[in-house]
Design a protein around this ligand. Structure first.
Ligand SMILES: C[S@@+](CC[C@H](N)C(=O)[O-])C[C@H]1O[C@@H](n2cnc3c(N)ncnc32)[C@H](O)[C@@H]1O
Length: 224
């Protein structure tokens, strides 16, 4: 893998319809903990590596301002088509943007590691599902730096992480993310709280050649 072809495998997966992570309903972590991520109305939320998750539409319909980052254009077009949200496009110097006419939901089509931080501004909240667990191991430090730079002072950062014992047949994505790794990446700036989780059963993870996978919901808040 080189930084230049990071998106090749993802383009290929979208092209083949190999998007097994896609959920038809709101993510269970949001169903249970959305008020912790979005304690006030009218928040500005970032969804890194958003794909075409239905969570984007849910945030928007709840009245928040939503920004997604996604490297595969097909995913973005499918999101707007399937959600029936009318959209317009715009070319900035660093990304093509798909957005609703009221400007309250925008998805930037670009490699996350090439986004322009200054023009994105700060976010009250980050929703990270299928993002930290999806990126390459060598990109993790840089990813954490980018997320940290984008957070407003009184932020809430909710993530789901997968935990399992990798083997020679499967090591992700989703990759194994021990809680200690989240602590290492964010701990100096954030307090970590594990809000809950669930275990995917053997049947659900048999196609990964794993016996079980735990999915944890972790909330990061400012370390005061
Ligand atoms: C595992 S999927 C998760 C999608 C979404 N968060 C969800 O919960 O359904 C990861 C997504 O990130 C996109 N992606 C992977 N690497 C990326 C990068 N470096 N920059 C932008 N998008 C990327 C892929 O195209 C894919 O849609």
């Amino acid at each position: 893998m080189s930084v230049e072809n990071r998106l090749d495998t993802w383009n290929d997966r979208w092209n083949r319809g190999a998007t097994g992570w896609q959920l038809s309903d709101l993510n269970f972590a949001l169903e249970n903990h959305a008020s912790k991520l979005l304690p006030k109305p009218g928040r500005r939320i970032l969804v890194p590596l958003c794909g075409k998750t239905v969570d984007l539409e849910w945030f928007y319909r709840e009245g928040h301002t939503v920004v997604g980052i996604e490297g595969v254009e097909q995913a973005i077009v499918e999101f707007f088509t399937e959600s029936n949200l009318p959209y317009i496009t715009e070319q900035t110097t660093w990304a093509k943007v798909y957005k609703t006419e009221d400007d309250r939901l925008k998805i930037y089509c670009c490699d996350l590691f090439k986004m322009d931080l200054k023009s994105l501004g700060k976010f009250d909240a980050i929703w990270d599902r299928g993002s930290l667990v999806a990126i390459y191991e060598e990109d993790r430090e840089r990813y954490a730096e980018l997320m940290r730079d984008l957070l407003a002072a009184d932020f809430r950062y909710l993530m789901t992480i997968t935990q399992y014992t990798p083997n020679e047949l499967f090591s992700g994505p989703p990759r194994n993310i021990p809680t200690e790794l989240v602590e290492k990446l964010f701990g100096d700036m954030c307090k970590l709280e594990v809000l809950g989780g669930r275990t995917k059963d053997e049947e659900e993870v048999a196609h990964w050649n794993l016996k079980s996978v735990a999915e944890l919901v972790v909330l990061l808040t400012p370390r005061t």
